[in-house]
Unconditional design. Structure first.
Length: 352
């Protein structure tokens, strides 16, 4: 089949080999953002059409609101520096536009809503600055609701319900990745627009908190939303999934949600880590730091890579397509899952 539109519902646009001195730190600043020529060349070579990147405050010691504004400004500068390669995505129509123009669409997304603080007017400010996706929580609880590792498994707080409403008013995606089960279910039920789980796995296949139950997956899909499957250690109990495990989770998600609601959200870059031996030492320090900070997830260990070893690098999307073909998937279904479904979901939320 011809290469379909490929949209990574949560990924990275950077070279993990470019700045090893910062790779293990939670205290990332906007000055650590690097988009070098290898990043751009390999993103193009992979067939990637668009990617939802994480910017702004997710975790760490920074002040969330000013840090988030600084990172938005930094990414705006990056896009200005690479106009022939990158296109800021504001509407669903920018995704096919990026493909037609030979550029990579860059979607601004949050992985925590803490930067909103208690000021709902900041939602409009972030929307005007180009943010299009807001994940409600990271792994821990915040003032909006519970993350997947929060022991209480509460639903949304009163402020969280008001935030979901305001996000809908501004036509921003409500992303329920990392959320606790009850937070996810409540947000999906009360949202006025379809919601998403941009990067997750299926709890029915691997019972870990970062994965979603069939009830969560089905509710999001039944209300017109989107579910992206990640390339992460949480896909198997061993923490060492293979490309076939990614396919298994995609197959299960389609069985539960239908073929019009599922896609990919790898949670990683196109450019692969070159030296896995050296990376192991960095990884151990990073996992330990996350644990000390209280933001780690069950199934996250010093020996579990945050990627699938045999499904990484510039050929990752082509390899996944080939595996789906071997499972008997039609070209039409593959095209939906690789990017068509996210684009259609984006149209329902953002418009053209």
């Amino acid at each position: 089949m011809n290469t379909p539109v490929i949209v990574n519902a949560l990924g990275e646009l950077h070279n993990p080999n470019a700045a090893p001195e910062t790779a293990g730190s939670l205290l990332q600043s906007s000055s650590d953002i690097r988009v070098d020529e290898r990043t751009l060349a390999e993103a193009h070579a992979s067939g990637l059409t668009a990617v939802n990147i994480t910017l702004g405050y997710t975790l760490g010691d920074m002040e969330p609101y000013p840090h988030t504004l600084a990172e938005i400004e930094t990414w705006d500068r990056v896009l200005r520096e690479h106009p022939a390669d990158l296109l800021k995505v504001s509407t669903a129509g920018d995704i096919p536009r990026a493909r037609a123009e030979g550029r990579i669409g860059v979607i601004y997304g949050f992985q925590n809503s803490v930067a909103v603080g208690r000021d709902l007017d900041r939602v409009g400010e972030f929307a005007r600055l180009g943010v299009r996706v807001v994940q409600l929580t990271y792994n821990q609880a915040n003032h909006v609701g519970d993350g997947s590792m929060a022991p209480g498994n509460r639903g949304l707080t009163a402020f969280g319900r008001a935030l979901v409403e305001r996000l809908g008013e501004h036509r921003l995606m409500v992303d329920l990745s990392h959320s606790g089960e009850n937070t996810c279910l409540e947000a999906a039920r009360i949202a006025t627009a379809p919601v998403s789980i941009n990067h997750t796995g299926c709890r029915a296949l691997c019972d870990l908190p970062r994965n979603k139950t069939d009830e969560e997956l089905r509710l999001v899909a039944d209300r017109g939303g989107f579910v992206g499957i990640y390339f992460m250690p949480f896909l198997t109990a061993s923490g060492h999934p293979t490309a076939d495990d990614v396919v298994d989770h995609l197959v299960h998600a389609v069985d539960v949600c239908g073929e019009d609601a599922v896609g990919i959200g790898t949670d990683g870059p196109v450019t692969a880590v070159d030296d896995l031996d050296a990376y192991r030492d960095t990884l151990a320090a990073h996992v330990a730091e996350r644990r000390r900070a209280g933001v780690g997830a069950a199934g996250e260990r010093a020996d579990t890579y945050p990627f699938v070893v045999d499904l990484r690098g510039v050929d990752q999307f082509r390899k996944l397509i080939a595996l789906l073909e071997r499972r008997g998937w039609s070209p039409e279904r593959i095209a939906k899952v690789m990017g068509g479904n996210f684009t259609a979901y984006a149209q329902r939320v953002w418009g053209d």
